[in-house]
Design a binder for this molecule. Structure first.
Ligand code: ZN
Length: 766
């Protein structure tokens, strides 16, 4: 379960809660600063909802086979999935393990003959992502009483956003090669159990030794000094130990470490070290075959030997697996989603639980020989953990489907509660409360429809990115995420969902999931209701008005799949609220004249691609079409970015293509210039309606592309440079935005949401 807390830019700083602006605010100072894109805004508020009247039941309503949902089946699937490449990355994003997961599901689906006869199609998509890791080998050998024993050990994933930091976890340090370069190291061990021991170390203590360190010292979910200690550890690594073994120990006590995000790399996602040494992690509990039952027993170890081999790719490759089950009425559809990738952990909870629920829906429909009332799409998304890429790519490449879909349900994910927490099955959604309508129509509908099955489904209004479902919000498709979790515990602000629910954890195994099997069964029943009852009832699930016109997001030359659906989420919602339906032209699809019909707004995403590719190129036809659109009265928004972006987070790759759009812009007297605007704050004193209540904005820090205009008006500046401007051209207008981050809402005192609302209203009233 990766929930993205809005404001998206704050990734790495999780734990947010909704405030009066409806958007998130920073967590209390002592809240833990984390790196992973935790996707879970603290449930700002549980907004009591008026009961939605259920439509009268149709007489010929088929029985929905809830009783066929089986925990045995769910856990058989889960055992198989978590058995993929154990201690070797499991189903890590963009890895062979993720691909094996897709193959496993495809193989299971192929066995459902009733669905195949119905015309079920299974399709695999593939797309690039910024950074992936392939774990070839990680081995640990301990010599105790002269006997050498091999024990399970895993490598670490490094940064998802910075290739320099990520290279520390590539055994030969070179990106994009698949050569095997195992590094092996051996030596006497040195155990570090507390900060005092670490502080007291001398170079002579460390050189050539294999360090065994208690992970709790650098677990930033429980230790406020984690980064300070990480800095000390980097200093110790400079003394050239042979290797480092991070040791976790399981505990269900609040405030104690149980290894959260160790597979993701923990502090090493931000902290560099030199020289490169092999680093692996082990569970203390797994050392018992060597006669090691507790920390004191580590003293029994004579020597330790490590072998580690991994490769980092930028860009990497990932995919989606899509099962389309034709419904009785193909003019509508329901989409169920889960993410296949696990964060270099067994991932029985995150998100193996979601993956097996989707498979169980297929198994049950096949067994019951029940055709869904409307088309049903079961989608296993790839590369969620590194940037919710899969759902972004799916949304971008299935625009027609999104317009005929009734709703989308993401299952991410089952959690295992720490002592003292009281989890519930939650349906989390981002309402239009920031527009005055806090109704949660889709969660409410399911919450009521599932009651007769003795499943209690709580609804949560969350103003922030939640999980893959959020990539559908820009396109006005009702969506929610299903999760088993105690939100109140997180709302206390001290702890994060990963830590509280055993996610991204070396202990999130099938055995742990089985202890909350009833919750998983309940979640599967909710998913079955979504798949079948929704199409039967056709409830009104869209809060926004019926669209009167269209907007077009053009990402034809924006290769990173997740940039548009994530960065344009707020704008898409604001447009929908004004009766404007947003569609997207995905990467590689050339804009056509037909695309521009009845379009009140065209937004050009930044020209942007991944490293190593030749330059993007706009065709003369595309440029002529776009200029003509403006000349004839259209409203065009030009956006730009100095850095590459993933999930509203800046990557270590700068955008060499930021001036390419000048081929169009210069026709309107606009020119993007070389360089970057190092600023974070934007101020405006313009009276223009686009800047009403939007005098103070935030941008992606140090990401503005400077530009100049021959005509028109500067609406806002950053460090005295134009950053937002409006230019008339023919009968139309062009709004220039030098940093796409200005369209993202940061909550707090920044008025970006007002700016976005102004744009939508301006387009609606033009
Ligand atoms: Zn997840």
């Amino acid at each position: 379960m990766k929930k993205i807390i809005c404001p998206s830019i704050l990734f790495g700083i999780l734990l947010v809660c909704a405030c009066s602006t409806g958007k998130t605010v920073q967590p209390t100072p002592e809240a833990v600063q984390t790196e992973e894109p935790s996707l879970l805004a603290t449930a700002a508020r549980v907004v009591p909802q008026p009961a939605t009247a259920l439509p009268p039941t149709a007489t010929s309503r088929p029985d929905v086979p809830y009783d066929l949902i089986s925990q045995d089946s769910l856990f058989d699937f889960l055992t198989d999935l978590t058995g993929i490449q154990p201690y070797s990355g499991w189903r890590s994003a963009g890895s062979t393990g993720e691909a094996e997961g897709f193959a496993y599901v495809a193989d299971k689906l192929a066995g459902y003959s009733y669905l195949s006869d119905l015309g079920m199609s299974v399709e695999q998509q593939s797309f690039p992502v910024f950074l992936t890791v392939e774990f070839w080998e990680s081995r640990l050998y301990l010599t105790v009483d002269g006997q050498e024993v091999e024990l399970p050990a895993s490598g670490l994933r490094g940064s998802r956003y910075d290739t320099m930091l990520a290279r520390n976890f590539d055994s030969d340090g070179g990106l994009n090669d698949s050569d095997r370069n195992p590094i092996s190291a051996a030596g006497a061990i040195l155990v570090i159990r507390d900060p005092e021991q670490l502080e007291a170390l001398q170079a002579s203590d460390v050189a050539g030794r294999v360090l065994f360190m208690n992970y709790a010292l650098i677990d930033y979910f429980v230790s406020g000094d984690a980064y300070t200690i990480a800095g000390q550890l980097a200093g110790v690594i400079a003394w050239q130990p042979a290797g480092l073994v991070l040791v976790t120990q399981n505990t269900n006590q609040l405030g104690q470490s149980h290894g959260t995000v160790i597979g993701d790399g923990g502090v090493f996602q931000r902290v560099g070290f030199d020289p490169k040494i092999p680093i692996v992690y082990v569970r203390l509990e797994d050392l018992s075959p060597a006669g090691i039952m507790d920390w004191d027993d580590l003293a029994k170890i004579g020597d330790a030997r490590l072998i580690w081999d991994a490769d980092v790719y930028s860009p990497g490759e990932s995919g989606n697996l899509i099962a389309h089950i034709p419904g009785a009425d193909p003019s509508q559809a329901v989409i169920l989603g889960a993410h296949m990738d696990s964060p270099n952990s067994p991932g029985a909870l995150d998100d193996g639980s979601g993956c097996v629920v989707l498979l169980e829906i297929a198994r049950v429909l096949n067994l019951a020989r029940l055709q869904p009332p409307v088309d049903l799409y079961l989608v296993w998304f790839g590369s969620h953990e590194i940037g919710i890429y899969g759902s972004a790519y799916f949304a971008a490449t299935h625009q027609e489907l999104l317009d005929r879909a009734l709703a989308m349900l993401q299952m991410d994910c089952l959690g295992y509660p720490l002592n003292g927490s009281h989890p519930h099955i939650l349906a989390e959604a981002w309402s239009y409360g920031q527009y005055g309508d806090e109704r949660l129509l889709w969660p409410d509908y399911l919450s009521q429809i599932i009651q007769p099955q003795d499943v209690v489904l709580q609804t949560e209004n969350i103003y922030g990115l939640i999980s893959d479902n959020s990539n559908f919000s820009a396109f006005n498709l009702p969506n929610l995420n299903l999760e088993y979790f105690d939100h109140n515990m997180m709302a206390q602000g001290r702890y994060d969902v990963h830590y509280l629910s055993y996610l991204h954890d070396p202990y999130e195994t099938v055995e742990l999931a089985q202890q909350v099997g009833d919750a998983l069964e309940g979640m599967a029943k909710v998913a079955l209701a979504a798949a079948v009852e929704t199409g039967l009832d056709q409830p009104a699930l869209r809060a926004a008005p019926v669209p009167r016109q269209r907007a077009l997001f053009v990402a034809s030359h924006t290769e990173p799949p997740d940039v548009a659906p994530t960065a344009l989420l707020e704008l898409g919602m604001a447009l929908a609220w004004e009766g404007i339906d947003a569609d997207l032209i995905p990467y590689g699809q050339t804009l056509s004249a037909a695309d521009l019909e009845n379009v009140g707004l065209v937004l050009l995403m930044p020209t942007l691609d991944y490293p190593g590719k030749g330059n993007e190129k706009w065709s003369a036809e595309e440029i002529d079409l776009l200029e003509q659109y403006v000349l004839e009265g259209g409203f065009l928004i030009l956006t730009n970015t100095y850095h590459n972006i993933s999930m509203n987070r800046l990557l270590s790759d700068s955008n060499e293509d930021s001036q390419l759009i000048n081929i169009l812009a210069e026709r309107m007297g606009i020119r993007f210039k070389v360089g970057v605007l190092d600023a974070a704050i934007v101020e405006s004193d313009s009276e223009h309606p686009l800047m009403t209540e939007a005098q103070y904005l935030k941008m992606f820090e140090d990401n503005g592309v400077p530009f100049e205009i021959k005509f028109g008006q500067v609406l806002a500046t950053a460090q005295l440079h134009p950053i937002i401007a409006l230019v008339d051209h023919g009968q139309g207008q062009v709004l220039v935005i030098g940093d796409i981050g200005l369209l993202v809402d940061y909550g707090r005192d920044a008025r970006n949401l007002d700016f976005v609302k102004n744009i939508a209203r301006y387009v609606a009233e033009r």
